[in-house]
Every structure is written in structure tokens, then in C-alpha cells.
Design a binder for this molecule. Structure first.
Ligand SMILES: *[C@@H]1O[C@H](CO)[C@@H](O)[C@H](O)[C@H]1NC(C)=O
Ligand SMILES: *[C@@H]1O[C@H](CO)[C@@H](O)[C@H](O)[C@H]1NC(C)=O
Ligand SMILES: *[C@@H]1O[C@H](CO)[C@@H](O)[C@H](O)[C@H]1NC(C)=O
Ligand SMILES: *[C@@H]1O[C@H](CO)[C@@H](O)[C@H](O)[C@H]1NC(C)=O
Ligand SMILES: *[C@@H]1O[C@H](CO)[C@@H](O)[C@H](O)[C@H]1NC(C)=O
Length: 456
């Protein structure tokens, strides 16, 4: 259990870390830098993404239903961890977002062993299950055996990537414990090895967690997790990559989505191509530095503008609450309760359909009944425009309305949005379909370019 790991008196740990750092600093030579990666930004690579539910014989609506359920748990965790209850009071177990909707394939070690890992833009650590397992869940690929990899090296305690006392403990090497809430966690030791991404991007000394004790249903969709957050342990930080993007295909279409790193990330976008691109600054939240926050200033439904409160535009600088994050692992878009209420009112008055009384069709708050005589394609839906700091983004209809038509006519159309409970708003992945979502880490911006993601 987590408690045994954390029950070390914080004072002892503090003293230990202080002494270690004194030893390090008093030695004449600097400690070896653990990460020595080429700046791959000029090269770039891409990886096809697999939906966690791929291979299941489900309808689009059933797929959405499953992912909405997962997303709700994720929302609760994300909101909780963005607002630590007692910031910087002693050492506490941090909780990370975990799970996600897409799997990213790559290989680890020499010889190369395939790994299919959950892509998570809301956390940093990269890890995979490792032999010999004290506890491992079933995974789709063989479990990585570090002993068989000639290029694997353990990370020493003095490494700068082993610093955070809430995650790491020095005990015959750099041991870690990463808790994802819901009793999901991974525990093991830090190592570095060669990873191969895409067709040929072979990168040495990627630092990752060799997880020998892993639990949690949400994690079992893959064989580990790749954090793409903004913290030092994430893949993008380790590779010192200047930008990355992803492009998610229409849900339920069984087409491959993509994640692109480095020079490939913006697909050689040029303003002369006639494509419109919406660019908005990334916002920092010191309480949760790993998240990609954006500033949402308003939403227009049809011709009516809905006001967005200050608490959504920016996270609170005193407690880190509120704000809006961009997330690839949450399905719906979650908005402040008042904003969602106003949006609901607008859609209700502007849609020419009756509000469905079928209680929470799939955990969605606002659905409309589709008369048996009407085809989904004939339904008139008000336009939806998001006003981000610096630019507007008009969403394609399928990015905020989802339909389920019954056999024999009729059905429902639902707004793919819901009210957030913890004050944190999330721009979810249904809203990001068929947009190239580019994270420019140098400029600190994110941009959205309408793109047929299945044609990349
Ligand atoms: C990734 O690996 C998994 C497990 O081996 C496989 O089912 C899936 O098709 C792969 N996805 C891609 C895009 O290659
Ligand atoms: C998928 O499900 C449908 C309806 O439930 C069924 O008719 C079909 O045979 C299934 N296909 C496969 C490949 O299992
Ligand atoms: C790395 O550390 C683990 C855990 O302490 C240990 O079991 C393993 O033998 C070490 N591997 C190497 C290559 O030193
Ligand atoms: C999805 O597409 C792949 C190949 O593109 C195919 O093998 C697979 O059967 C498809 N799955 C479903 C559920 O249609
Ligand atoms: C971008 O341009 C470079 C050279 O200018 C070319 O090598 C590369 O293939 C292009 N990438 C894409 C995705 O079009």
C-alpha cells in the first residue's frame, strides 16, 4: 500500500535529501547529467493512436457512452489535483491524472520490445510494466524484461530527474510511486533506455519508470503510460521538443488518429494555404504546472454570447482552482456550472426539438428527442463559437452534438458537454475531433487548425 511508502517521517527524508545534495555539491565534478538527448525538434516523428476501445464491436454511441463514463472519473481526479488542499504543507502523496482515451505504440530496449501505452497530456511520468512483477495487470503486449535489454541503465538518486520527494525515494536506486487516484498506482524504479518512436526515431536514454507493482483498472487498457505534460519528466520535456500536436479522427469511425512531434507537428502549415488557424496563449498554473491551460473568454451559441466568469478565464492564483485545460483524455467538454446552465438555456430555446425526458441518456445533461419522421442530417443545430484569448474557434457540428438514432426511426441528439463539479473546466476530445491541435512549447501557445485527421 501507498502508506508504507509515505510513512517515512518527512523530516528524515528532508535531512536525507539535504545531505545527499550537500554531498553532490561538495564533490568537485558535477553529477553526470542523466538526460543527454539530441534536440530532436528538427527531426520529428509521428505515431498512430489507437482508441482504448478499439476492437470492441460497439456502435458510436456505445463507444461514447463508455468514454463519457471514464471521462467523468478523470474530471474528478483532475479537478482534485489542480487544487491541493494543503499546498506545500509537508510531504503528501500527489495524485496524477492517469488513464486516457488513446494508446501510443513504441518500443523500449535493445532488442526492442513493443509497448502500447496510454497517452496522457495531463501527467508527466513515462512508465511501463517491468519483470519481475510483484503485481502486474494483464497487458496486450509481453511485459518488458529489463534484464534482457543491453542498453538499460538504472537512474541514480543524484539524478536531477529523481528530485521530487513526493514521487521518489532513494533506496538502492531511485524508486518511485505514482498514484492516479481510484486506487490506481504504479510503483517501481527509474531507469533509462533506448526508445524507438514511429518508423525510425531511435532515442537513447529516455528516463522512465520500470513499474513492478501496478494496479488499477483504468490503466489496464495498455502496458503503461506516456506523460506529455509540461513537467520535466514528460516525453516532450525530456526530448526538449519545441512542439507537438495530435489530430483525432471522428469518434466511432475506426480510423487512426495521430500524434506528431517536432518539425512534423505543424504539418508545414502556411498561412497562405487558405486554412484558418486559431491560436491562443497557454496559461500557467503554478499549482499544477503540468497542465495545458487555455483562457476561454466567452461562448457564442447561434447569435447569443454567453458570458464566462473570471474563474474560468484563468486559474485562481491563490489556490489554483478554476481555469480551463486542454485534455486529450477526457471525452466531454466540462464547463463551469453557470456557463453550462446558460448554454443549456440557449440550446433549448434555439433547437427546434423537444428536450428529451429520457433520464440522462448516457450521462449527458441535455438531449433532444428526434421525431421518427426526421433524419439526423436534417436537424438544424445552432452554431457554436468559442472565444479564446486572442482568437475564436468555430466548432464543427459533430464536435459538440452527438446523435443516436434508433432502428425504425427516431432517436436523440445530445450536447456533448456537461457541468464541471470542481470548478475546473476541460476542453475535451469530442470537441477536438478533426482539428490539428498544436502545442507550441517555445511560443507557449496552442493552435487549432481544421484538418481531416484520417488523411494525414
Ligand atoms: C498498437 O499496439 C496494439 C497492441 O499490440 C495493437 O493492437 C494496435 O493495433 C497498435 N496500433 C497501431 C496504430 O499500430
Ligand atoms: C457486431 O455486433 C452486431 C450487433 O450487435 C452483430 O450483428 C455483428 O455480428 C457483430 N460483429 C462482430 C464481428 O462480432
Ligand atoms: C536496477 O534497480 C533494480 C531495483 O533496485 C534492480 O532490481 C536491478 O537489478 C537494477 N538493474 C541494473 C541494470 O542495475
Ligand atoms: C477497424 O479497422 C481495421 C482495419 O482498418 C479492421 O481490421 C477492424 O476490423 C475494424 N474494426 C471494426 C470494429 O470495424
Ligand atoms: C515539410 O517540409 C519538409 C521540407 O520543407 C519536407 O521534407 C517534409 O516532408 C514536409 N512535411 C510534411 C508533413 O509535409
Amino acid at each position: 500500500m501507498a502508506s508504507s511508502f509515505l510513512s517515512l517521517p518527512s523530516l528524515l527524508l528532508f535531512l536525507f535529501l539535504t545531505i545527499t545534495s550537500l554531498l553532490v555539491h561538495s564533490s568537485s565534478s558535477k553529477p553526470p547529467r542523466p538526460v543527454h538527448l539530441p534536440r530532436t525538434g528538427r527531426v520529428g516523428f509521428r505515431i498512430g493512436l489507437t482508441c482504448v476501445d478499439h476492437g470492441r464491436n460497439l456502435t458510436k454511441f456505445q463507444l461514447i457512452e463508455r468514454s463519457v463514463r471514464r471521462g467523468k472519473l478523470r474530471l474528478e481526479r483532475l479537478a482534485e489535483l489542480a487544487t491541493p488542499t494543503s499546498p506545500s504543507k509537508g510531504i503528501r502523496a500527489p495524485v496524477f491524472s492517469g488513464d486516457g482515451e488513446f494508446l501510443m505504440n513504441f518500443t523500449v530496449g535493445s532488442p526492442a520490445v513493443p509497448v502500447s501505452a496510454i497517452m496522457d497530456t495531463g501527467s508527466d511520468l513515462i512508465w511501463t510494466q517491468c519483470m519481475p512483477c510483484t503485481k502486474c495487470f494483464d497487458q496486450p503486449t509481453p511485459v518488458f524484461d529489463p534484464v534482457k535489454s543491453s542498453s538499460l541503465r538504472n537512474i541514480s538518486c543524484t539524478s536531477e530527474l529523481c528530485e521530487d520527494p513526493t514521487v521518489f525515494k532513494c533506496d538502492h536506486g531511485c524508486k518511485y510511486l505514482y498514484i492516479y487516484g481510484d486506487e490506481s498506482s504504479t510503483r517501481g524504479y527509474m531507469a533509462k533506455d533506448t526508445f524507438i518512436f514511429g518508423d525510425s526515431a531511435s532515442i537513447h536514454n529516455v528516463v522512465f519508470g520500470c513499474g513492478v507493482n501496478n494496479q488499477g483498472l483504468g490503466l489496464a487498457e495498455g502496458s503503461g503510460l506516456v506523460g506529455l505534460g509540461r513537467g520535466p519528466l514528460s516525453l516532450v520535456s525530456q526530448l526538449d521538443i519545441d512542439k507537438f500536436s495530435y489530430c483525432l479522427t471522428s469518434m466511432g469511425e475506426n480510423k487512426t488518429s495521430q500524434v506528431l512531434f517536432g518539425a512534423l507537428a505543424d504539418l508545414n502549415y502556411s498561412a497562405t494555404s487558405g486554412k484558418t488557424r486559431s491560436t491562443t496563449p497557454l496559461v500557467q498554473n503554478p499549482f499544477q504546472p503540468s497542465f495545458y491551460y487555455v483562457s476561454l473568454k466567452g461562448i457564442t451559441v447561434g447569435k447569443t454570447r454567453v458570458r464566462v466568469p473570471k474563474s474560468t478565464r484563468k486559474p485562481n492564483n491563490k489556490d489554483g482552482s478554476g481555469g480551463m485545460i486542454l485534455d486529450s483524455g477526457t471525452t466531454l467538454t466540462y464547463l463551469d456550472e453557470d456557463v453550462f446552465g446558460a448554454l443549456k438555456k440557449e440550446f433549448t430555446s434555439q433547437m427546434k426539438l423537444g428536450v428529451s425526458k429520457r433520464p440522462g441518456a448516457i450521462g449527458l445533461d441535455l438531449c433532444f428527442d428526434l421525431p421518427t419522421t426526421t433524419d439526423v442530417s436534417e436537424v438544424a443545430v445552432p452554431k457554436l463559437k468559442l472565444h479564446f484569448e486572442g482568437s475564436d474557434l468555430e466548432l464543427p457540428e459533430e464536435n459538440y452534438m452527438i446523435a443516436d438514432s434508433w432502428d425504425g426511426g427516431g432517436g436523440v441528439v445530445c450536447l456533448a458537454m456537461a457541468a464541471s463539479s470542481g470548478g475546473l473546466s476541460i476542453f475535451g476530445n469530442i470537441a477536438q475531433q478533426n482539428l490539428l491541435v498544436l502545442h507550441d512549447l517555445e511560443e507557449e501557445t496552442v493552435s487549432f487548425t481544421p484538418t481531416q485527421c484520417d488523411q494525414l
